[in-house]
Design a protein around this ligand. Structure first.
Ligand SMILES: [Fe+2]
Length: 471
């Protein structure tokens, strides 16, 4: 019995969200997903990281500085609201993948059904037979251009599939769609059974959301992609950062939290001939060096650290927190969480995600590039999914519940990975992409990629106002 037969045999009804491509991939991805802690040698290569910042909202430092609280006067208030650590149940079987995609589809369609525009949405099998205006929900299983410059989306649900024509002069033509995202369609069926889309609705975040804010001007700073152990790790820049954090500067003293969004060390064997670019060629040695760096930071700073694709945990997302033998190297001022995680800092909900899926956004969406992490983050919020495109560079572990769905809507959404930097807002959600502490690598040089290292985004937890400080 081949994998497709086994897969079909495992389904109680005709599968609707797992494509043939998924099934073919299931064996390999599933096996890797089942291993909680993979040898570091097996970790996958880094992306071609990024180039120019997109700092679209930097308020003048004077207004940012006006009021500050001393972080040392406030006890930390950290709760991990959502992450996979200790809760992984999947073994990577085909049944796991079926269950995973059902959960993804059901959760996102539940969000869409709450949208006024989609009231009375039908199953696709009923919509197909309709001759009037139709509304339905589905997962995109194919996107193709027509000869006349329009686009056709294939949508699937549990009952059937349907073709949706997006005319190049219609409002939805301005949108970019990706494979496997879940959308709602309002349109009319033509005499050939094709739906002409009038609007395409995404789960999105509420328009009216505002930043909740806390009573005190305490702040959080964001770092990622430190890449300790690499010869291109920026030791001097980090020392400058550490000195500033311990200084009398009122913003430095107001920093209560440090969110560390993955790729904290360079790892071992992450890409071919990496050993030639390592100053520390032992994985524990790399984490020990990082632990010393973190221990040297001031006591009023509580750090929350998640892993990235260079770290020593399974590469399949959601990734659990760094394993206990590594956690033991660090002092108690550091809280370990999975990738992604939703963490409450003084009641402010922070979604921290390393950002591996941006590789798939860049390779899939025409015109997208590593300069534009904030645009990709906005797309993720619109789709309410951190890694909607399945089967690309982002390995996904088929957990019972889809931890890559963005729920709840965060107050701050933080990513790293692309070695760029930027802050912005989208519908009241503060967006932070957190730079790197690694200079241009030979790989980046070869590809003419200019990173933007040693920039520190800082968010005021009272107002949501964000600035970037350069070191
Ligand atoms: Fe990364």
């Amino acid at each position: 019995m081949g994998p497709l037969d086994r897969f079909l045999a495992s389904c109680r009804e005709v599968p609707f969200v797992v494509t043939l491509h998924d099934v073919v991939q299931a064996g390999e991805i599933g096996r890797s997903a089942a291993v909680r802690t993979r040898p570091v040698e097996a970790l996958r290569a880094s992306p071609p990281p990024s180039l120019t910042a997109l700092v679209s909202r930097v308020p003048p430092p004077a207004s940012f500085r006006r009021e500050s609280e001393a972080a040392a006067d406030h006890a930390p208030d950290v709760t991990i609201l959502r992450d996979i650590t200790g809760r992984s149940t999947c073994e990577g079987t085909i049944e796991d993948f079926t269950r995973y995609f059902r959960n993804r589809f059901e959760t996102l369609t539940r969000m869409l059904r709450g949208r006024r525009e989609l009231g009375g949405a039908q199953d696709i099998s009923r919509a197909r037979r309709s001759t009037r205006e139709v509304r339905f929900l589905g997962m995109i299983s194919d996107i193709r251009p027509t000869k006349s410059g329009h686009r056709i989306l294939e949508l699937e649900d549990a009952t059937d599939r349907i073709s949706v024509l997006v005319l190049s002069n219609s409002p939805p033509a301005a949108e970019t769609f990706v494979m496997d995202e879940v959308v709602g369609v309002v349109g009319k069926v033509n005499d050939r059974g094709l739906v002409i889309a009038e609007s395409i609705v995404r789960p999105d975040v509420p328009v009216a959301k505002t930043f909740p804010g806390i009573g005190e001007h305490l702040r959080a700073a964001f770092v990622s992609d430190i890449h300790v152990g690499s010869t291109t790790f920026l030791d001097e820049k980090w020392s400058k950062l550490a000195a500033w954090l311990s200084s009398d500067d009122e913003i430095a003293r107001s920093l209560r939290y440090l969110v560390v969004s993955g790729d904290v060390v360079d790892g071992i064997g992450v890409y071919p001939r990496q050993d030639e670019e390592l100053s520390i060629d032992d994985i524990y040695g790399q984490y020990e060096a990082l632990a010393r760096m973190m221990a040297a930071l001031p006591d009023h700073l509580t750090a929350v650290m998640i892993p990235g694709n260079h770290d020593a945990v399974r590469p399949a997302e959601p990734q659990p927190a760094l394993p206990a033998p590594i956690q033991k190297l660090f002092d108690s001022n550091l809280i370990f969480a999975g990738n992604p995680s939703v963490v409450s800092l003084h009641g402010i909900k922070v979604l921290a995600y390393h950002g591996r899926s941006m590789d798939d956004f860049v390779s899939t969406i025409p015109g997208m590039n590593y300069h534009r992490p904030l645009d990709m983050m906005k797309d993720m919020l619109k789709m309410r999914h951190l890694a909607p495109i399945y089967g690309g560079k982002t390995p996904i572990a088929p957990e019972a519940e889809d931890h890559l769905i963005i729920d709840p809507v965060p107050d701050i959404f933080a990513t790293g990975h692309v070695h760029s930097v930027g802050v912005d807002t989208y519908r009241g959600v503060v967006l932070v992409n957190s730079s790197t502490w690694q200079a241009q690598t030979p790989y980046q040089k070869m590809r003419n990629i200019e990173p933007l290292p040693a920039r520190l985004p800082i968010v005021d937890l009272a107002t949501g106002q964000a600035v970037i400080k350069e070191f």
